[in-house]
Design a protein around this ligand. Structure first.
Ligand SMILES: *Cc1c(COP(=O)(O)O)cnc(C)c1O
Length: 388
């Protein structure tokens, strides 16, 4: 392949751009993971992580992709055959449910419309009917990255409270953490699953399980088989700033730096920036006369926008052209959305000109492919960014 000049545009809703500062922080010698320098770093890091999740009891860090923490969340808090309720409104929710099933839990799925957020009323009705409290856990995805739909977790919490249901509330915040407000403590989420390569601006390779004290209590009674993922092994040595096995030391250096960067910018500013760039993207999409897959304006994602490809056109062929001609990667349609949508990521380390570059690439791709569209997309985004 001939060399391509300039930067590649990685415009996925994860993995996202890794800032140079994070790369530089990672480019350091690996130290003894059982020595005093490491212990000091990790003790501070585990405290800082509580801040980014909104202060849960403890944050477990695994050298894994985020999906590994779907498993860790389940096996550490539940027992074989436990009844788990999953709200399926997208590809990732479905995958979490499928993993729960493989692990031998009794999984019940509430099928949602993929174009809409989690239907808290449907969850309430189901929990209300569960008089003997057989349901042990409710699983929802905060930001469904496949569809560009964000759900209201406070509303789900309120539903559990309103029917006084004691089930654990487990939330996938993989693509919302560091992009959209997330308050684990306030919303009394029991386990939050996340990963390094999205809002946290790191390379892939770290998974997180942020847990409440209730989740820790349940963990002490939970009898699922677990080896590598055991919270107890982690807690025993995390207290001293260590891990029960060799951690991903260089990723932890990067995590330290990423958290410093988020603090410097201020989380409120980070969220406002994401909201602004997301709105510019949505205005571009409607200016092209294309449809946002998310059908509920309240639930528009600030992490990524899923765009419906007009009938007769293949979204993957379009993405292929954009990659070849303009050196930009757009997100693909996942699961049942394969070839039907493409996804524009706008989370992580991004600014206005980077976004405008990405939107230009989309518009040029539409022209190259002869996909019918209107010419108002870029202008709408520019006008919004200049005025706001
Ligand atoms: C990316 C993503 C995952 C999976 O993360 P991996 O690191 O690929 O395992 C899970 N859930 C959501 C919502 C995601 O966006």
């Amino acid at each position: 392949m001939p060399r391509k000049s300039g930067r590649h545009f990685l415009q996925l809703p994860g993995p996202t751009n890794v800032p140079d500062r994070v790369f530089r922080a990672m480019n350091r010698a690996v130290i003894d993971h059982r020595g005093p320098e490491f212990s000091t770093m990790v003790t501070r890091l585990l405290e800082d992580l509580r801040w980014i999740f909104g202060a849960p009891e403890h944050v477990f860090v695994f050298p894994s992709s985020a999906s590994g923490c779907w498993e860790a969340a389940l096996v550490n808090t539940l027992s074989p055959g436990d009844h788990v309720l999953v709200f399926n409104n997208g590809f990732f929710a479905g995958k979490w449910g499928a993993i729960a099933e493989r692990l031998g839990f009794n999984v019940e799925t509430l099928e949602g419309d993929w174009r809409y957020p989690v239907d808290a009323r449907a969850i309430r009705d189901r929990l209300k009917a569960d008089q003997d409290h057989s349901i042990q856990a409710v699983l929802v995805v905060h930001n469904e990255t496949s569809t560009g739909v964000t759900s209201d977790i406070a509303e789900v919490r309120a539903v559990l409270d309103s029917v006084e249901h004691p089930a654990l509330l487990m939330v996938d915040a993989v693509s919302s953490l560091g992009a959209t407000e997330y308050q684990q403590g306030e919303w009394r989420v029991d386990v939050t699953v996340s990963g390094s390569q999205k809002g946290l601006m790191l390379p892939p390779g770290l998974g997180f399980c942020a847990v409440s004290s209730k989740a820790i209590e349940w963990h002490e009674r939970a009898t699922s088989n677990r080896g590598y993922w055991d919270f107890t092994d982690m807690l025993d040595v995390n207290r001293f700033g260590f891990f029960p096995y060799t951690p991903a030391t260089t990723l932890l250096y990067g995590l330290e730096e990423a958290l410093v960067m988020l603090r410097e910018e201020g989380l409120d500013m980070v969220f406002a920036r994401h909201a602004r760039l997301a709105e510019a993207t949505r205005l571009a999409v409607s200016g092209w006369g294309l449809d946002n897959f998310c059908a509920d304006a309240i639930a528009y994602s600030n992490s990524g926008t899923t765009v419906q490809m007009p009938d007769r056109f293949d979204a993957d062929a379009f993405r292929g052209v954009v990659l070849k001609r303009f050196n930009m990667s757009l997100g693909s349609g996942l699961g049942r959305l394969k070839e039907k949508v493409f996804r524009i990521g706008h989370l992580g380390d991004l600014n206005e000109l980077m976004l405008m570059g990405a939107l230009s690439g989309v518009e040029m791709g539409l022209k190259v492919e002869g996909i019918p569209h209107e010419d108002r997309g870029l202008r709408a985004a520019i006008e919004f960014l200049v005025a706001s």
